[in-house]
Design a protein around this ligand. Structure first.
Ligand code: ADP
Length: 159
């Protein structure tokens, strides 16, 4: 069985992430969306809230599950769950420059391969940071995020 891990902070999940996970699920028997605590940024949503939104979003996609990543090494997490590969989305050369040393390090640490999927042209401008920024300034981001995230953002605005 081929198992992939899609790691990230997903704070919050947006349609660029959803598309990468859906494509990964066509390539692998199982995909785990692994949600990191995002300790360096100041997260908008707790890990539990991000997991709830991701679980609701991917409940319709066969073979996809959602787990918290914890604060340890990603390669250890992958060993524990028995993953064959990491899957990452690449928007632009900056993503590639950031991701390739990590991919090489992970391969040296544990032999784990990273599969890069080119972001779909419809989503190359999307990042969680931009979604949060537009939302915080009163903009409508509903076309960029799945329904479960739309609802949470709406609740945040009202509270
Ligand atoms: P962000 O950069 O949006 O804060 P995350 O840390 O949550 O992203 O990213 C998780 C994974 O999703 C990474 O592999 C990242 O490259 C990928 N990703 C982020 N945004 C997009 C996008 N718009 N299209 C495709 N992949 C993306």
């Amino acid at each position: 069985m081929q198992l992939a891990v899609c790691p990230g902070s997903f704070d919050p999940l947006h349609n660029g992430h959803v598309e990468i996970v859906a494509r990964a699920s066509n390539l692998f028997d199982e995909v785990i969306v692994a949600i990191s605590p995002n300790m360096h940024k100041n997260p908008m949503f707790s890990v539990q809230e991000r997991m709830d939104m991701a679980r609701e979003t991917f409940s319709y996609v066969r073979g996809v599950s959602v787990k918290p990543l914890g604060s340890g090494l990603l390669t250890e997490f992958c060993k524990e769950v028995g993953a064959n590969a990491l899957v990452k989305g690449l928007r632009d050369p900056k993503d590639l420059a950031y991701e390739s040393p990590m991919a090489t390090m992970n391969r040296h640490l544990s032999g784990l391969e990273t599969v890069f999927l080119a972001a779909d042209g419809r989503y190359t401008h999307l990042s969680s940071t931009l979604v949060k920024e537009v939302h915080s300034l009163g903009g409508d981001v509903s076309e960029f995020v799945p329904r479960a995230v739309q609802r949470r953002l709406h609740e945040r605005r009202r509270s």
